[in-house]
Design a protein around this ligand. Structure first.
Ligand code: GLP
Length: 229
């Protein structure tokens, strides 16, 4: 794992764009993408580049269960708004929040991921160390599944909704194994609230209580953070 500490957010996001540009130039075809506030400036910067994703495929990490793909707070809508409308991919996959059978939908998504293995995976990190929506305690053997969101994650994400009550209680997420199968992983951790979770990762802890620490066993992880020691 390579940790790059870049205090300037501007420089950090430029570095992230350069990494994505490089993996694409090296032939990456299948990109795992993430949502969250951390990714918004990155997608804005990507949209300002000439990188062409029209021959590439994207898979998102997660999606809320029960939200229509057109719902303002669905991750499908987030991705179109921040990236896909400006930078279309040949195909873009997200779990369908409205699938009638959520377990079947998770299996369908995992099968798609198996058919088109990820060359690259972009990750944010939750305050509690979650990656995707893999909450503390998730098995490191997990594949795409349906999760019950923790009260703390619902509270953190409530800022995007009109009220806490509107935040879904469940979500689809790629599992830890689905993420670890990617050839190259870029995790971005910005802000003091991420310090404890990031520290566990950097300390090489390996515990299901901090899902991000699963990455310590992956051979090709880059961490970009604005947190200096
Ligand atoms: C969300 C998403 C994650 C994201 C994380 C951090 O709940 N499911 O994929 O990485 O929380 O979000 P933010 O970047 O807004 O801190």
């Amino acid at each position: 794992m390579r940790v790059e500490r870049i205090p300037s957010k501007e420089a950090l996001y430029e570095r992230a764009v350069a990494i994505i540009e490089e993996v694409k130039a090296q032939g990456a075809h299948t990109f795992g993408l993430a949502t969250g506030g951390t990714m918004e400036p990155l997608y804005a910067k990507l949209c300002d580049t000439s990188i062409d994703f029209s021959d590439a495929v994207s898979f998102n990490l997660d999606e809320y269960v029960g939200l229509d793909p057109t719902h303002e707070q669905s991750y499908n809508n987030y991705m179109h708004h921040h990236l896909f409308n400006q930078k279309p991919f040949k195909a873009s996959y997200l779990p369908n929040g409205l699938a009638t059978d959520a377990t079947k939908e998770a299996a369908r998504y995992e099968a798609l991921l198996n058919e088109q293995p990820l060359d690259f995976q972009l990750l944010g990190i939750g305050v509690n160390g979650h990656i995707g929506f893999n909450e503390p305690g998730t098995s490191f053997d997990s594949v795409t599944h349906v999760v019950d969101l923790t009260p703390s994650t619902r509270e953190v994400n409530a800022r995007y909704f009109d009220s806490l009550e509107e935040v879904p209680h469940k979500a689809f997420t790629m599992g830890i194994q689905s993420i670890l199968r990617a050839n190259c992983i870029l995790l971005i951790a910005i802000g003091e609230s991420k310090r404890t979770a990031l520290q566990a990762l950097i300390n090489n802890d390996y515990t299901e209580q901090v899902p991000a620490t699963a990455l310590t066993k992956h051979p090709n992880v880059i961490v970009l953070t604005d947190l200096v020691k």
